[in-house]
Design a protein around this ligand. Structure first.
Ligand code: BGC
Length: 809
């Protein structure tokens, strides 16, 4: 337990504050809790806090507020702000974010009331893998806040959380992230956040004075949130009603999403219960909850018996689902008219768009978008539905270069990276597998265990942010985290002294489709080879980063180390002619993309990769590590059509297989759903994991042909790869320089010849190189800002469809 809270009375709390918005909140308030708090061992009901106060005509009023837990505030019965699951999830043992809201319009002259509901959230609700644990950061929730009322003549009145506040239990009887919310409307507390009118019946609920706790431990900073908050961003109506074979009422929203269900027109007698069980898929037309593991994902509503109908939406939980089974629905209204899904995620603005003439590829792109939205909820998570939903570092390390193309996520990831460094320091320099580190010290297999890729996130994620924005500040912010990781990474003490210590367990090409379902690390590519390729890549990036930060000594040393490691990699894993000891798609793809081979080896490796791909009937043979590099390696070695054959393949494993199975998000496994419609029996089967969605970068870079070639998009290249039977593609991206876009289309003139039209928009200050594909005069020129159109004749001189290798070759 990282923060041992004590139930002692103190007069006031001076909280250490770091402001990022330029204006720091001077905290003059107590950290308050319910007096019964310290005794809670199981899930507790939400706590309602309230305070009445007088207001005269004021100029402005601001509420600065945070919680250890999650909160929602109301003033005079009206909601403050529109955040969901505030204050968000940070490494609570180091940083607690707070929010400041302008609440002027919620106040009125005279008597006012502020009410705040607080629940356990990530802070002390059950979280973590292997079932998770309660109370990881503290034994119970707490509230910290102050309302500042500005009067004319610079008079400021503060209403701080202190011993004059009252607390009681609210109608939310359980507010768990994994298990869901239980709301008992019979326990609603009338006027809990308002001034009760004269003569109103006194609430049966006992309001008691709060407990003032000891100040926040000195090492916990209270900081303004960086980046956008989580919000409810859209609503989706159900697509169909399904009466399951066992007679259950199931609604299908047509989209796997993250959020919750809002119900209206709830009818029934007082005490009647309605439950909503969530799942991503159906099996045998029934809700399939097995992949959720130790996670109920059930919301429950107990009616108060209002004959005009009741409404309900959970506040402090979220689910990953497409389907919901609703039990106990009664009355005259149809479920279809009364339910809607509310989509929740960090409210990032969309940064890119992609579309092309192939509808399945368009759906693939949409699935990747949805996968990213749902898993960028306060922190970048592996999945949003089962008993994990954690900030797995490896998933992000591999997806970051794609993520920055889809949504503006710089601040979101910058915020998370601060915690990556925090958790790393707490583990003596070894990054955590998940940040915020929701693992208890006794989970030895994943604490202080160095691991390639997952821990290379310290370098790969800031680098992706730098490339996208040109911000050297992000490299500065994370530099100590990167150098610490590079220093602590264990190298072989014998033999290859610059490569990974071979005694260390590696996750390798995690979830290689040939790995056994229950041992995803046992892929066909040597895990040490994968680890070392990423090590060399990290060292090379470190040399570039040191150079950008003018740390010449470091640069020289990283250059020297990467050269030595590369030499040893060659000796250990590569033949003179470019064969790799792991004769696998992942090994060749990674080695080609990371530049680990000589030009001759590179060419041979490309041909070998083509051989392996054809032998595999254009199906994918890579896991998390190899997948982002597969099609790119084929293009880099001149095999565009083979890359297209893979991209458009529909049999499993392939990117389009899930699309043909009706997927609306990216799956964790290539075969999360088996061809016969059954769910993969593996115990780790999510239908919403973004890792394999890294292919979206290829859709931008190669299919549409929009590539960033300089940090911050000062330079870009438009070079579409025309292939297969695609007749057009377009992409746009909101860069720091402005909107850049390209769109190409072909029209057949004869069997082999097509006209090719390319339209490009280049923002001010960007130098854009245009390269028209082979077969169209190979135009190459650089243009500046403006709208450009290029027209030419394209000669389709490639074989299509490609043939796989005959069975015996
Ligand atoms: C997560 C992955 C993660 C992996 C590593 C899984 O349970 O869902 O995405 O990277 O564990 O061990």
């Amino acid at each position: 337990m990282k923060d041992s809270l004590q139930s002692q009375q103190v007069d006031s709390v001076a909280v250490k504050t770091t402001g990022h918005s330029g204006e720091e909140t001077q905290w003059r308030c107590d950290r308050i809790a319910a007096p019964w708090g310290p005794t809670t061992s199981g899930p507790d009901a939400e706590w309602l806090f309230r305070k009445e106060f007088e207001v005269q005509t004021c100029v402005q009023a601001r509420l600065s507020i945070t919680a250890q837990g999650v909160y929602e505030a109301e003033i005079n019965g009206r909601r403050v702000g529109d955040h969901f699951m505030a204050p968000g999830w940070t490494a609570y043992d180091g940083r607690l974010q707070y929010q400041t809201y302008d609440v002027t319009s919620l106040l009125s002259v005279g008597r006012n009331c502020i009410g705040v509901r607080v629940a356990e959230g990530w802070f002390c609700g059950r979280i973590g893998f292997e079932g998770g644990h309660r109370n990881i950061w503290g034994p119970h929730p707490a509230l910290i806040g102050q309302l500042e009322i500005y009067y004319p003549n610079a008079i400021v009145e503060t209403i701080p959380t202190d011993s004059t506040w009252l607390v009681t239990k609210g109608p939310i009887q359980r507010a768990e992230i994994y298990n869901g919310e239980k709301y008992d409307a019979t326990l609603e507390v009338p006027y809990w956040s308002t001034i009760a009118p004269e003569g109103a019946t006194k609430s049966a609920h006992d309001w008691v004075p709060v407990l003032c706790m000891s100040p926040l431990p000195a090492q916990i900073e209270i900081v303004t949130g960086i980046g956008e908050p989580v919000r409810r961003t859209e609503t989706i109506k159900p697509l169909q009603y399904i009466l399951s074979p066992s007679g259950k009422s199931i609604i299908d929203f047509g989209q796997n999403l993250v959020g919750y269900i809002r119900l209206r027109n709830i009818q029934g007698c007082r005490g009647h219960k309605i439950t909503l069980s969530h799942a991503e898929v159906l099996e045998d037309q029934e809700l399939c909850t097995r992949p959720l593991r130790q996670c109920d994902s059930v919301d429950e509503y107990t009616l108060k018996g209002d004959e005009n109908g009741e409404s309900y939406e959970p506040r402090f939980t979220f689910h990953g689902f497409r389907y919901a089974q609703i039990d106990g629905w009664a009355g005259d209204f149809s479920l279809m008219d009364s339910a809607e899904a509310v989509v929740c995620h960090t409210d990032m603005k969309e940064a890119g768009s992609f579309s092309c003439s192939d509808e399945l590829l368009n759906q693939l792109y949409q699935n990747i978008r949805w996968g990213m939205k749902g898993n960028f909820l306060a922190v970048p998570t592996d999945c949003p539905q089962r008993d994990e939903r954690l900030g797995w570092s490896g998933d992000l390390a591999l997806f970051a270069p794609t993520a920055v193309l889809l949504f503006h996520c710089f601040d979101f990831l910058r915020n998370w990276l601060i915690d990556v460094w925090h958790d790393q320091q707490a583990l003596d320099g070894v990054p955590a597998m998940v940040t915020p580190n929701a693992t208890l010290p006794d989970l030895v297999w994943c604490r202080r265990k160095p691991c390639a890729i997952w821990h290379d996130v310290t370098i790969l994620a800031p680098w992706a942010l730098y490339e996208e924005t040109g911000s050297v500040e992000i490299l500065e912010q994370q530099y100590e985290s990167m150098t610490t990781w590079m220093k602590i990474l264990p190298r072989n003490r014998e033999g290859c002294t610059h490569l990974w210590d071979t005694s260390i367990f590696q996750l390798g090409d995690w979830l290689d489709p040939d790995a056994p379902a229950d041992a995803p690390w046992k892929g066909k590519t040597d895990a040490q080879l994968v680890a070392n390729a990423f090590l060399i890549h990290s060292l090379e990036l470190m040399a570039q980063i040191a150079d950008l930060l003018h740390k010449d000594e470091d640069r020289l040393s990283y250059e020297k180390e990467s050269r030595a490691a590369k030499k040893e990699f060659q000796e250990e894993y590569v033949t003179t002619n470019g064969r790799l000891v792991s004769d696998s798609q992942a090994a060749y793809s990674i080695a080609i993309c990371f530049g680990l081979l000589t030009p001759t080896q590179q060419e041979r490796a490309g041909s070998r990769l083509v051989y392996l791909v054809k032998k595999n009937n254009f199906r994918i043979g890579t896991g998390f590590a190899g997948t982002p590099f597969l099609c790119e390696a084929l293009v880099l070695t001149g095999h565009i059509q083979v890359a297209y054959a893979m991209l458009l393949e529909k049999t499993c494993p392939s990117w389009l297989y899930p699309v043909t199975m009706g997927a609306t998000t990216m799956w964790e496994r290539w075969d999360s759903m088996l061809p016969d419609g059954r769910v993969n029996p593996g115990e780790m089967t999510s239908f919403n994991h973004y890792a394999f969605g890294a292919i979206a970068k290829f859709l931008f870079d190669r299919v549409a042909g929009l590539q960033r070639t300089g940090p911050g998009w000062k330079k870009c290249r438009i070079a579409p790869c025309i292939g297969a039977e695609l007749s057009g593609a377009s992409a746009s991206h909101e860069t720091p320089m402005g909107l850049v876009s390209c769109s190409w289309k072909t029209s057949n003139l004869s069997e082999k010849q097509s006209s090719l039209e390319l339209k490009v928009t280049v923002p001010h200050g960007m130098a854009c190189e245009i390269i028209l594909p082979k077969g169209s005069g190979e135009l190459q020129k650089t243009v500046g800002s403006g709208e450009w159109t290029f027209e030419t004749i394209f000669v389709r001189d490639y074989e299509w469809p490609l043939k796989p290798l005959p069975p015996k070759s």
